[in-house]
Design a binder for this molecule. Sequence first.
Ligand SMILES: Cc1cc2nc3c(=O)[nH]c(=O)nc-3n(C[C@H](O)[C@H](O)[C@H](O)COP(=O)(O)OP(=O)(O)OC[C@H]3O[C@@H](n4cnc5c(N)ncnc54)[C@H](O)[C@@H]3O)c2cc1C
Length: 455
Amino acid sequence: MIQSERIQALNSREPQQGDYVLYWMQQSQREEFNHALEYAVRTANEHEKPLVVFFGLTGTFPEATERHYTFMLEGLRETAAALRARGIAFSVQRCSPEEGAVAMSRRAAAVVTDRGYLRIQREWRERAAAEMRCPLIQVESDVVVPVDTASWKEEYSAATLRPKIGRLLHEYLVPLERVSLKHNSLYPDIPSEPLDNIPALIMALGVSRDVIPVRWIQGGAARAKELLETFCREMLSRYNELRNEPSLNLQSVMSPYLHFGQISPLYVALKIREHSGGSVDAYIEELVVRRELSMNLVRYNENYDRFTSLPEWAKRTLGDHGYDSREYIYTLEELEQGGTHDPCWNAAQREMVFLGKMHGYMRMYWSKKILEWSPSPEEAFERALYLNNKYELDGRDPNGYAGIAWCFGKHDRAWKERPVFGKVRYMNEAGLRRKFDMEGYIRRVEDAIEKERRG
Ligand SMILES: Cc1cc2nc3c(=O)[nH]c(=O)nc-3n(C[C@H](O)[C@H](O)[C@H](O)COP(=O)(O)OP(=O)(O)OC[C@H]3O[C@@H](n4cnc5c(N)ncnc54)[C@H](O)[C@@H]3O)c2cc1C
């Protein structure tokens, strides 16, 4: 079922004659559980046309590195095969996505696209909608509850969004049916980049090569589903109790797949709901409430990637303590190299740099310490975002912007006032060591890095 709230016309053009219906795939990079794709199949059938799927591959996506491109292209290769098996041509072209989509739309009766929330994704869609001569319809598929339906304004915190999502969940947490395509589109005049040699394609794109791919995890829906199954079988029952314990890594590893739209949050939520127990609710809280709070932030706060996005109380208190003396101040290079006095922080930084995915609990500590050890809160905010987006496989995501902003007071409340942090929530190494097996965490990270090096 595709609820009408997921569907939005981005312009008011009339359908053209056209050779095909086009699905401009951008955010939802998958064949399965993709509302935009199923809507496009339905539209193609209504027009008695074949469906062509297009993906514009730009080498200049902000802050994307070889690590990100490799993971994304592994996923797209799998998506291409899955579409082919359904009789749908998949055209990957090296171009700016919106320009490529406009060019492809000249032969289209109508164009369907998916929804992305970041500034660049919105701008691409706006430009394409203005330039296309046929309809451009956006179908939202990478959230469980459509963002504008959940709330029409920027939410204060998870506590304010939770009841709104809770009231709507039963309407949207329903499976998506596959629609059979009437007209095969596998004819030969749609050009596409070959996806069999990913390193060569990345080279041709001129992508920054200073962050190398990781080998312990591969992109693609098949691997995402395998990991999810393992998580449900072996870890879910202990998730509520132990997900914060850094030495155990009791997490589902869905975030890189969700970031690239290789797996649908709806699919993940439905799989999790096949189980029972307190951990199911805890997982749904993270996947739906917390994750969709991030989408809410990026959707309604124009400054989501800037210090100015923070609530007034947080900016004021951090400003009041901006000149407090700091016991340690590190340069960006010292932080990047994991060269601080704190072995727990260094391990977290190394986990991110060498493995591309830091443990969820450590992300909070990591970002709080950047605030403590930087010359100013504004610079700390920029540094945390820069490092997060450069090295995390799931970086450059609404969750990353919200996660870092949270460490600076967003979606949180004021706490007891102290130096440097002011009233922003504080974390320290002694607290970490009291609650968790930090030596076990450091060992786990070093073992995983060693394994990664050996390949
Ligand atoms: C400073 C900081 C930076 C972060 N940067 C990113 C980032 O760049 N990209 C990113 O996807 N997440 C980020 N997070 C959120 C969270 O840490 C990760 O989503 C989570 O660790 C991903 O691992 P997982 O999929 O194995 O998590 P699981 O624990 O298995 O959770 C399942 C899913 O729930 C969602 N989720 C879990 N925790 C959170 C959370 N705190 N906020 C929002 N959604 C959550 C994610 O979509 C996740 O994939 C950040 C958090 C903080 C505090």
